[in-house]
Design a protein around this ligand. Structure first.
Ligand code: DON
Length: 316
């Protein structure tokens, strides 16, 4: 199928695929462990697909804004790589999936040397937050925001104050993970635990839309190039590392299943967002707040699997 006829079929069929996937929403429910996320409309579903050739398709509940949550971890990882290089980052986090829940502390104690298994689980992302350069926690959070704004082509992107506060007030497990990391010396002498956590809560709370998420994905689909100017925003090698983690760990404990069913680099967040890409071709942003028991958007996963199956997008 040529790119033009694929786009034509996509445009024609997407509305019915979206409604079919929306009907799956009742199988899940919005996250409640961060109280502020519980208010999200459970049967919402929206998607934006941007092609590397400049086309864009937005459908469903894309007016809904939501917080990035764990999707932000892909981009803080990239920023930490840009700040410290591979060696600096992989002293603090590993390269392997865990098979445990995203907020588990089990392996931090059980497996030597006590560094988080990967940068996409909470412990790993907290360690990554400590690596972001900046003179103060506020400056670090602002730098992250500036990076996200550039990738999303959204100068007004900011964190949602209510979600940030809700998250900070209820993050007992993240706090215990962070103090554990301090004890294991993953967080170092100069790293104040509460300040590191503050940076982490802020980047998880950045409020975004499907369209902005798709634009961030499009940059990854272009191996780090700005879709308009062609300027390098991210070195290609760091996009490669991020995409690999997205395939192996991006959908929590369902990453293997998603790799088999959809075969695309993707990262989900507990607010129901999913960022996915077809390398060289499309950047995709999806939102569907009802989550399955693995913490992924039920309808969003269904829609991405449908699209990948229909167009044979799997990388494998
Ligand atoms: O720390 C948390 O629990 C949330 N800010 C992020 C959780 C999330 O999206 C799942 N992560 N892998």
């Amino acid at each position: 199928m040529t790119a033009a006829s694929e786009w034509e079929r996509l445009t024609k069929q997407l509305p019915s695929w979206l409604e079919e996937s929306r009907r799956e929403s009742h199988k899940g429910r919005p996250a409640t462990y961060i109280p502020e996320l519980a208010h999200a409309p459970a049967d919402a579903l929206g998607i934006t697909i941007m092609s590397t050739e400049g086309q864009s398709l937005t459908l469903g509940d894309c007016g809904l804004s939501f917080t990035m949550q764990s999707i932000s971890k892909v981009f803080t990882l990239i920023l930490a790589l840009m700040d410290h290089g591979e060696e600096g980052v992989f002293r603090k986090v590993g390269m392997e999936p865990t098979g445990d829940d995203f907020n588990s502390m089990l392996k931090l104690e059980l497996v030597e040397p006590g560094i988080p298994f990967n940068p996409l689980i909470n412990a790993g992302a907290i360690a990554i937050s400590s690596l972001i350069r900046g003179g103060s926690p506020a400056a670090k959070a602002e730098r992250i925001l500036a990076f996200f704004r550039e990738l999303a082509d959204a100068p007004s992107l900011k964190w949602n104050e209510a979600v940030y506060r809700s998250e900070s007030a209820t993050a007992h497990r993240n706090r215990s993970l962070a103090y554990f990391l301090k004890d294991n010396r993953v967080l170092e002498e100069q790293d104040d635990v509460e300040e590191v956590l503050d940076v982490y809560f802020k980047h998880c709370s950045v409020e975004i839309t499907c369209r902005q998420l798709a634009r961030m994905a499009l940059v990854l689909a272009l191996n780090g190039k700005d879709p308009q100017s062609g300027r390098e925003l991210i070195p290609r090698r760091y996009v490669q590392i991020a995409k690999t983690f997205m395939v192996s760990c991006g959908m929590y404990n369902a990453s293997g299943e998603f790799a088999i069913r959809a075969g695309l680099p993707a990262k989900s967040g507990v607010a129901g967002g999913i960022l996915a890409l077809v390398p060289g071709r499309y950047g995709i942003g999806v939102v569907g707040p009802a989550l399955n028991d693995k913490g992924n958007s039920v309808a969003g996963v269904h829609l991405l699997e449908t699209l990948s199956g229909e167009f044979d997008w799997s990388l494998f």
